[in-house]
Design a protein around this ligand. Structure first.
Ligand code: ADE
Length: 233
């Protein structure tokens, strides 16, 4: 089995590379890909750089060039829901693009013809994540993630995204990775640990909590990998 673990920033995959210790490094289309044999499976790990375009490129490369059969994303997000605090883990049930706007033509926000406002993450992987959370005695929440090419540090924008998409958290890659995986029929799982509240203090909070929150997310994703391999999901 070939499983991708993807992040957007070096900090998001560093804990995983540290745990693996040994891996093969390949440069491809402007990114570095790390391949490791792990418990009989092959893990392909990469960070894309920030945003929808770079994450689209990396997800496509992982699938089309490295032949991964599942994709797990690990990273951080800004909270919209009041119930999400810094360090909390959120599993995406479905994802949308909050900055996709052809409403001038009468379409809803996040929609283009032949696309969909929401892309659903793989249900089997979400079910597995609940089992793992129980085993780890870890509280995880499920919710909608809205993605856009914008670091949101503004209460008004955050509330608009929350109201328009019913979103619980926002970030800059999940929605585009979802589009790619959906198109290639590759099951995907997007996990985010909260680093900030997408408000006026967001950039400060992000800088302070990025590393710790990324570690939380990475540790959980590695338990997901173990379970996928053990249970042959
Ligand atoms: N990722 C983490 N925090 C974020 C924010 N406030 N806006 C966009 N992406 C984020």
């Amino acid at each position: 089995m070939r499983i991708a673990i993807m992040g957007a920033m070096p900090e998001e995959i560093a804990p995983i590379l540290k745990q693996l210790g040994e891996y093969k490094t390949t440069s491809y289309a402007g990114n570095t890909y790390y391949e490791a044999t792990y418990k009989g499976a092959v893990l392909v790990i990469a960070y894309s750089k920030i945003g929808k375009v770079f994450s689209t490129l990396t997800a496509t490369t992982l699938i089309e060039h490295f032949g991964v059969q599942k994709l797990l994303f690990s990273g951080v997000a800004g909270a919209i829901s009041e119930s999400l605090k810094v360090g909390d883990l959120l599993v995406a049930t479905k994802l949308s693009q909050h900055d996709l706007d052809i409403t001038a033509f009468g379409h809803p926000y996040g929609y283009v013809p032949e696309g969909a406002v929401y892309i659903e993450a793989d249900k089997e992987l979400i079910t597995l994540s609940k089992q793992i959370a129980l085993q780890m005695d870890k509280n995880i929440q499920e919710g909608i993630i809205a993605t856009g090419d914008q670091f949101v540090a503004n209460e008004e924008r955050k509330n608009w995204i929350g109201a328009t998409f019913g979103a619980d958290a926002l970030e800059m890659e999940g929605g585009s990775v979802a589009v790619v995986c959906d198109a290639f029929k590759v099951p995907f799982f997007i996990l985010r640990a909260i680093s900030d509240a997408a408000d006026m203090d967001a950039s400060f909070s992000f800088d302070v909590f990025l590393e710790a929150s990324a570690k939380e997310s990475a540790a959980f994703v590695m338990n997901m990998v173990d379970a996928i391999i053990e249970k042959n999901v």
